[in-house]
Design a protein around this ligand. Structure first.
Ligand code: PMP
Length: 405
């Protein structure tokens, strides 16, 4: 046999396939609702004005060189990033028991967090993680890659197009004690459905009772509600309650730094001594994985987080992005429920949060949208709100109306 004869051909990534089909389509009114990146009202990528300013600073800074960063990352970046997600008043920071490592964006944070758990969590039984059903599809592969078997817990209820709260609580209650649960900190991908604060409180109660470990994935802080503190609420609340947890953080969406791969893993340990031991092992893992994290994006974010006027500008830029997305939600809701009187209830469009929305359209309707109207979306009915703008939203609403009638 030839070398690699036994390698099976893997299916292409479904989102990548969708984008390729959209690009190849010559239809002028085509719409891409698969994209997981922010687009402005002209359907163009948006470089945040604050990032442009930070770029200029860096270009002029004579101290910027191309040396290696420390293994755990740029200290002024990781320190500021920890404050941003945990809150400046966090007991974990005050008691110096949080470990922060710079990672290859949110994906790298998920990977390093999973790898660390695989090696060092005291597993009572087989290595398993509970993921929400559905979740960001990459979670499955990330955990399998490090020998942790993904299981799922009920999350989305197609009947209500909302949270399956009882199902979720039930699996928290019935999972064996000290299970690992992955929770989306805000703006759940792919559904856009988040628990309310009261629901988070109950979730925290059961997590504490059952001594579960929480693996927070936070890829959309600020991007969801437009408010950085609001979107970090669940993480900070869980830390205050004394729940054992880690947080994966990404600046891809909220700073529009998709390609720079700037993220962090924060492990909140019970004591400073535990944190020191965890940090030492994370450094060993990081060394063998990437040696040193990339410098540029971390420098941009460090500048923004550590300079009061840049930070204010960033908050405005975040409001621009989240505001446009929220405006699109309102307009789509208005078109469907008031103007077109599309059958069904469309309140979920405005109740859901963040970049994505589960519309509730089924696979057949989704295919019809693509085939008849050149509107590209995943067959689970998820749309990226960032793909909608003032020029195409009516076209989308009218065609959505047609396929659900
Ligand atoms: N987690 C979730 C839930 C996400 O949606 C994403 C981005 N699609 C990520 C993590 C990681 O993204 P990145 O590696 O670009 O930061």
């Amino acid at each position: 046999a030839e070398t690699w004869d036994t390698v099976p051909l893997a299916p292409p990534d479904s989102i990548f396939q969708l984008t390729a089909a959209y690009k190849a389509d010559p239809f002028p009114q085509k719409v891409n609702l698969g994209v997981g990146a922010y687009r402005d009202d002209d359907n163009k990528p948006w470089v945040l004005p604050v990032v442009k300013k930070a770029n200029e600073f860096l270009l002029q800074d004579p101290n910027v060189d191309h040396e290696y960063l420390p293994i755990l990352g740029l200290p002024e970046y990781t320190t500021a990033a920890a404050k941003l997600i945990l809150g400046p008043e966090s007991p974990a920071l005050r008691e110096t028991r949080a470990v922060s490592v710079q990672t290859i964006s949110g994906t790298g944070a998920n990977h390093l967090g999973a790898l660390f758990l695989s090696r060092f969590y005291t597993w009572d039984g087989p290595k398993q993680v509970y993921l929400s059903n559905p979740t960001w599809i990459n979670h499955f592969q990330i955990f399998r890659n490090v020998g942790i078997e993904p299981l799922t817990y009920p999350y989305y209820d197609p009947k209500t197009i909302g949270l399956d709260y009882e199902g979720f609580l039930d699996s928290l209650r019935t999972a064996s004690p000290r299970s690992v649960f992955l929770l989306h900190a805000c703006a759940h991908n792919p559904t856009g459905v988040d628990p309310t604060k009261e629901q988070w409180e109950k979730i925290a109660d059961i997590v504490l009772e059952r001594k579960h470990y929480v693996f927070f994935d936070c890829a959309y802080q600020g991007f969801a509600s437009g408010d950085l503190d609001n979107d970090a609420w669940a993480v900070r609340y869980f830390v205050e309650r004394g729940i054992s947890l880690l947080v994966c953080q990404s600046f891809a969406k909220n700073a529009g730094l998709y390609g720079e791969r700037v993220g962090a893993l924060h492990v909140v340990a019970p004591t400073k001594q535990a944190a020191d031991r965890v940090r030492s092992q994370l450094a060993v893992l990081q060394r063998s994985e990437i040696s040193n994290p990339p410098a540029y994006g971390a420098r941009v974010i460090a500048l923004i987080l550590n300079d009061a006027s840049l930070f204010e500008q960033w908050k405005e830029d975040i409001k621009t992005m989240s505001g446009r997305i929220i405006a699109m939600r309102k307009e789509l809701h208005r078109l469907l429920s008031e103007e077109l009187k599309t059958p069904g209830n469309w309140d979920h469009i405005i109740n859901q949060i963040g970049m994505f929305s589960f519309t509730g359209v089924n696979a057949t309707q989704s295919k019809a949208l693509t085939e008849k109207a050149h509107i590209y979306l995943t067959t689970n009915g998820r749309i990226s709100m960032a793909g909608l703008n003032t020029k195409n939203i009516r076209y989308f609403a009218e065609n959505l109306d047609k396929v659900v009638r």
